[in-house]
Design a protein around this ligand. Structure first.
Ligand code: GDP
Length: 194
Protein backbone atom coordinates (compact mmCIF):
# COMPACT_ATOMS: atom_id res chain seq x y z
CA UNK A 1 0.00 0.00 0.00
CA UNK A 2 1.61 3.20 -1.12
CA UNK A 3 0.98 6.33 0.86
CA UNK A 4 -0.05 9.53 -0.83
CA UNK A 5 1.32 12.97 -0.17
CA UNK A 6 -0.98 15.64 1.09
CA UNK A 7 0.77 18.50 -0.65
CA UNK A 8 -0.91 20.91 -2.98
CA UNK A 9 -4.26 20.79 -1.26
CA UNK A 10 -6.97 22.72 -2.91
CA UNK A 11 -9.88 22.71 -0.56
CA UNK A 12 -12.17 24.23 -3.15
CA UNK A 13 -12.38 21.37 -5.53
CA UNK A 14 -11.57 18.29 -3.51
CA UNK A 15 -9.82 16.24 -6.16
CA UNK A 16 -6.31 17.52 -6.23
CA UNK A 17 -3.33 16.95 -8.41
CA UNK A 18 0.12 16.75 -6.93
CA UNK A 19 2.52 14.95 -9.23
CA UNK A 20 -0.04 12.23 -9.71
CA UNK A 21 -0.69 11.77 -6.04
CA UNK A 22 -4.37 12.45 -6.20
CA UNK A 23 -6.60 13.14 -3.24
CA UNK A 24 -10.34 12.63 -3.11
CA UNK A 25 -12.46 13.75 -0.20
CA UNK A 26 -15.56 11.60 -0.05
CA UNK A 27 -18.45 12.17 2.33
CA UNK A 28 -21.02 9.57 3.27
CA UNK A 29 -24.61 10.45 4.03
CA UNK A 30 -27.70 8.42 4.78
CA UNK A 31 -29.86 7.22 7.62
CA UNK A 32 -28.34 5.60 10.64
CA UNK A 33 -28.22 1.82 10.15
CA UNK A 34 -28.07 1.71 6.35
CA UNK A 35 -24.52 0.36 6.47
CA UNK A 36 -22.22 3.36 5.91
CA UNK A 37 -19.58 2.24 8.42
CA UNK A 38 -19.72 -1.31 7.11
CA UNK A 39 -19.17 -0.09 3.52
CA UNK A 40 -16.11 1.89 4.63
CA UNK A 41 -14.70 -1.02 6.63
CA UNK A 42 -15.29 -3.40 3.77
CA UNK A 43 -13.41 -1.07 1.41
CA UNK A 44 -10.59 -0.06 3.76
CA UNK A 45 -10.03 -3.32 5.64
CA UNK A 46 -11.66 -5.84 3.36
CA UNK A 47 -13.82 -7.20 6.12
CA UNK A 48 -17.40 -7.17 7.28
CA UNK A 49 -17.58 -6.78 11.02
CA UNK A 50 -20.67 -5.01 12.27
CA UNK A 51 -19.42 -5.23 15.86
CA UNK A 52 -16.29 -3.18 15.30
CA UNK A 53 -18.01 0.10 14.76
CA UNK A 54 -15.13 2.49 14.35
CA UNK A 55 -15.89 6.03 15.25
CA UNK A 56 -14.66 8.03 12.37
CA UNK A 57 -16.49 11.04 13.75
CA UNK A 58 -14.46 14.19 13.89
CA UNK A 59 -11.95 12.91 11.42
CA UNK A 60 -11.85 10.49 8.54
CA UNK A 61 -10.40 7.22 7.37
CA UNK A 62 -8.05 7.20 4.46
CA UNK A 63 -7.19 4.59 1.93
CA UNK A 64 -4.57 4.96 -0.75
CA UNK A 65 -4.87 3.03 -3.96
CA UNK A 66 -1.83 2.63 -6.18
CA UNK A 67 -2.49 2.28 -9.88
CA UNK A 68 -0.14 0.43 -12.20
CA UNK A 69 1.39 3.60 -13.63
CA UNK A 70 2.34 4.64 -10.07
CA UNK A 71 -0.44 7.20 -9.79
CA UNK A 72 -1.83 7.08 -6.27
CA UNK A 73 -5.35 7.98 -5.30
CA UNK A 74 -5.84 8.77 -1.65
CA UNK A 75 -9.40 8.63 -0.43
CA UNK A 76 -10.34 10.64 2.62
CA UNK A 77 -13.61 9.06 3.64
CA UNK A 78 -15.78 11.02 6.04
CA UNK A 79 -18.50 9.22 7.91
CA UNK A 80 -21.12 10.93 10.03
CA UNK A 81 -20.60 8.46 12.90
CA UNK A 82 -24.16 8.68 14.10
CA UNK A 83 -24.46 12.44 13.61
CA UNK A 84 -26.61 12.07 10.50
CA UNK A 85 -29.05 14.73 11.61
CA UNK A 86 -26.38 17.38 11.76
CA UNK A 87 -23.96 16.25 9.11
CA UNK A 88 -25.68 17.66 6.06
CA UNK A 89 -26.13 20.95 7.84
CA UNK A 90 -22.47 21.25 8.73
CA UNK A 91 -20.72 23.00 5.86
CA UNK A 92 -17.35 21.76 7.10
CA UNK A 93 -18.47 18.22 6.57
CA UNK A 94 -18.89 18.53 2.85
CA UNK A 95 -16.63 21.50 2.14
CA UNK A 96 -14.00 20.47 -0.37
CA UNK A 97 -15.69 17.14 -0.97
CA UNK A 98 -15.31 16.02 -4.56
CA UNK A 99 -17.70 13.17 -3.98
CA UNK A 100 -20.84 12.59 -1.93
CA UNK A 101 -22.17 9.09 -1.51
CA UNK A 102 -25.77 8.91 -0.34
CA UNK A 103 -26.64 5.50 1.03
CA UNK A 104 -29.96 3.82 1.71
CA UNK A 105 -30.99 0.29 2.63
CA UNK A 106 -32.94 -1.58 -0.09
CA UNK A 107 -35.15 -3.16 2.60
CA UNK A 108 -36.16 0.25 3.99
CA UNK A 109 -38.36 2.66 2.03
CA UNK A 110 -37.90 5.17 4.86
CA UNK A 111 -34.17 5.18 4.29
CA UNK A 112 -34.78 5.73 0.57
CA UNK A 113 -36.96 8.75 1.41
CA UNK A 114 -34.25 10.02 3.72
CA UNK A 115 -31.65 9.59 0.99
CA UNK A 116 -33.71 11.91 -1.18
CA UNK A 117 -33.69 14.47 1.61
CA UNK A 118 -29.88 14.30 1.80
CA UNK A 119 -29.62 14.74 -1.95
CA UNK A 120 -31.72 17.90 -1.74
CA UNK A 121 -29.56 19.23 1.09
CA UNK A 122 -26.43 18.59 -0.95
CA UNK A 123 -27.93 20.29 -3.98
CA UNK A 124 -28.71 23.30 -1.79
CA UNK A 125 -25.46 23.55 0.15
CA UNK A 126 -22.82 21.52 -1.69
CA UNK A 127 -20.47 22.60 -4.42
CA UNK A 128 -22.07 22.32 -7.86
CA UNK A 129 -19.19 20.25 -9.23
CA UNK A 130 -19.49 17.64 -6.52
CA UNK A 131 -20.10 14.19 -7.96
CA UNK A 132 -22.95 12.41 -6.23
CA UNK A 133 -23.73 8.73 -6.06
CA UNK A 134 -26.83 6.97 -4.84
CA UNK A 135 -26.08 3.63 -3.22
CA UNK A 136 -28.66 0.98 -2.36
CA UNK A 137 -26.91 -1.14 0.26
CA UNK A 138 -27.82 -4.57 1.77
CA UNK A 139 -28.39 -5.95 -1.72
CA UNK A 140 -27.85 -9.42 -0.23
CA UNK A 141 -31.26 -9.14 1.46
CA UNK A 142 -33.22 -9.73 -1.76
CA UNK A 143 -36.07 -11.48 0.02
CA UNK A 144 -36.71 -8.37 2.12
CA UNK A 145 -36.31 -5.89 -0.71
CA UNK A 146 -38.76 -2.99 -0.58
CA UNK A 147 -37.05 -0.52 -2.91
CA UNK A 148 -36.75 -1.73 -6.49
CA UNK A 149 -33.60 -1.32 -8.56
CA UNK A 150 -35.65 0.78 -10.97
CA UNK A 151 -36.69 3.18 -8.16
CA UNK A 152 -33.01 3.79 -7.47
CA UNK A 153 -32.08 4.18 -11.12
CA UNK A 154 -34.95 6.59 -11.80
CA UNK A 155 -34.18 8.87 -8.87
CA UNK A 156 -30.45 8.87 -9.56
CA UNK A 157 -30.98 9.65 -13.23
CA UNK A 158 -33.27 12.57 -12.44
CA UNK A 159 -30.63 14.03 -10.17
CA UNK A 160 -27.53 13.42 -12.26
CA UNK A 161 -26.13 10.82 -9.89
CA UNK A 162 -24.36 7.52 -10.32
CA UNK A 163 -26.31 4.55 -9.04
CA UNK A 164 -25.10 1.24 -7.68
CA UNK A 165 -26.41 -1.43 -5.34
CA UNK A 166 -23.88 -2.85 -2.90
CA UNK A 167 -23.56 -5.35 -0.12
CA UNK A 168 -21.03 -4.63 2.59
CA UNK A 169 -21.81 -8.11 3.88
CA UNK A 170 -20.87 -10.04 0.72
CA UNK A 171 -18.56 -7.30 -0.68
CA UNK A 172 -20.67 -7.09 -3.83
CA UNK A 173 -19.91 -3.90 -5.79
CA UNK A 174 -17.97 -2.25 -2.94
CA UNK A 175 -14.76 -1.90 -4.94
CA UNK A 176 -16.78 -0.96 -8.01
CA UNK A 177 -18.34 1.92 -6.06
CA UNK A 178 -14.93 3.38 -5.27
CA UNK A 179 -13.47 2.60 -8.71
CA UNK A 180 -15.80 5.17 -10.22
CA UNK A 181 -14.08 7.83 -8.14
CA UNK A 182 -10.61 6.66 -9.05
CA UNK A 183 -11.56 7.18 -12.67
CA UNK A 184 -13.00 10.61 -11.91
CA UNK A 185 -9.92 11.69 -9.93
CA UNK A 186 -7.57 10.59 -12.68
CA UNK A 187 -9.66 12.26 -15.38
CA UNK A 188 -9.78 15.50 -13.37
CA UNK A 189 -6.01 15.42 -13.11
CA UNK A 190 -5.64 15.24 -16.88
CA UNK A 191 -8.39 17.77 -17.52
CA UNK A 192 -6.75 20.30 -15.17
CA UNK A 193 -3.43 19.75 -16.91
CA UNK A 194 -4.81 20.38 -20.39
P1 GDP B 1 -24.43 3.10 9.62
O1 GDP B 1 -25.17 3.58 10.82
O2 GDP B 1 -25.04 3.62 8.35
O3 GDP B 1 -22.96 3.37 9.67
O4 GDP B 1 -24.67 1.51 9.55
P2 GDP B 1 -23.67 0.35 10.02
O5 GDP B 1 -22.51 0.24 9.08
O6 GDP B 1 -23.37 0.50 11.45
O7 GDP B 1 -24.60 -0.94 9.79
C1 GDP B 1 -25.83 -1.06 10.45
C2 GDP B 1 -26.27 -2.51 10.47
O8 GDP B 1 -26.53 -2.97 9.17
C3 GDP B 1 -25.21 -3.45 11.05
O9 GDP B 1 -25.84 -4.27 12.00
C4 GDP B 1 -24.73 -4.28 9.88
O10 GDP B 1 -24.56 -5.60 10.29
C5 GDP B 1 -25.85 -4.19 8.90
N1 GDP B 1 -25.35 -4.16 7.52
C6 GDP B 1 -24.53 -3.23 6.98
N2 GDP B 1 -24.30 -3.48 5.69
C7 GDP B 1 -25.01 -4.61 5.39
C8 GDP B 1 -25.18 -5.38 4.19
O11 GDP B 1 -24.67 -5.09 3.11
N3 GDP B 1 -26.00 -6.48 4.29
C9 GDP B 1 -26.61 -6.83 5.45
N4 GDP B 1 -27.38 -7.93 5.44
N5 GDP B 1 -26.47 -6.13 6.59
C10 GDP B 1 -25.67 -5.03 6.56
Amino acid sequence: RASGRLGGLNSENGAVNDAKNLRVKLVLLGDSGVGKSCIVLRFVRGQFDPTSKVTIGASFLSQTIALQDSTTVKFEIWDTAGQERYAALAPLYYRGAAVAVVVYDITSPESFQKAQYWVKELQKHGSPDMVMALVGNKADLQENREVTVQDGIDYAEKNGMFFIETSAKTADNINQLFEVYIIIAVSKYYILKL
